[in-house]
Ligand binder design. Structure first.
Ligand code: ZN
Length: 182
């Protein structure tokens, strides 16, 4: 198990559409475990997509804290949304690839999602509220889409300076200058 380096905004892998996984290999299982560990090392994180750790493959992990009992963990390969509620809601979102950046994003209230688990079996998951939001946020990552692109123009403009600074920082890290952590 290992904590992987999280890619930040400005890294082209975040704008890359991740590729389908044909077979669940040991390599994929290790990647999923490492992603779970990486997300947990960040404390408050809810989800992480493989391209956020530099691997353009269709896999994400989500962990939702529960008031009673242990938190719920999900690992999904080749996820697809197969149904959604009509209703949407707006809530604040953040992202491990955008440290310190938050803003309101509209999402469907509920989604039904299909994919493969780490045994290669087909699974269908249903989520509402935060879980549905996490599924939609992570699936967007796999399509090369990030949450700031779903914000209203007004909010994007408000975040413009922070986003530019983040891109500058990311480019410096990629060029071997500067430290990855912000
Ligand atoms: Zn994210």
């Amino acid at each position: 198990m290992a904590v992987l380096r999280i890619r930040t905004w400005g890294d082209p892998v975040l704008k890359t559409r991740a590729k389908e996984i044909d077979k669940v290999t040991t390599e994929i299982r290790t990647l999923a475990q490492d992603m779970m560990e990486t997300m947990q090392a960040e404390g408050n994180a809810v989800g992480l997509a493989a391209n956020q750790v530099g691997v353009a493959k269709r896999l994400f992990v989500v962990e939702i804290a529960s008031k009673k009992g242990p938190s719920k963990r999900y690992t999904l390969i080749n996820p697809e949304i197969i149904a959604t509620t009509k209703e949407c809601e707006i809530a604040e979102e953040g992202c491990l690839s955008f440290p310190g950046i938050w803003g309101p994003v509209e999402r469907k209230v509920g989604v039904k999602i299909q994919g493969m688990d780490l045994e290669g079996k087909s699974v269908t998951l249903e989520g509402e509220g935060l879980l549905a939001r996490a599924f939609q946020h992570e699936l967007d990552h796999l399509d090369g889409m990030v949450f700031v692109e779903r914000m209203s123009m007004v909010h994007r403009v408000m975040l413009n300076r922070q986003l530019k600074e983040l891109v500058k920082h990311t480019k410096a890290v990629m060029a071997g200058r500067g430290t990855p952590k912000i």
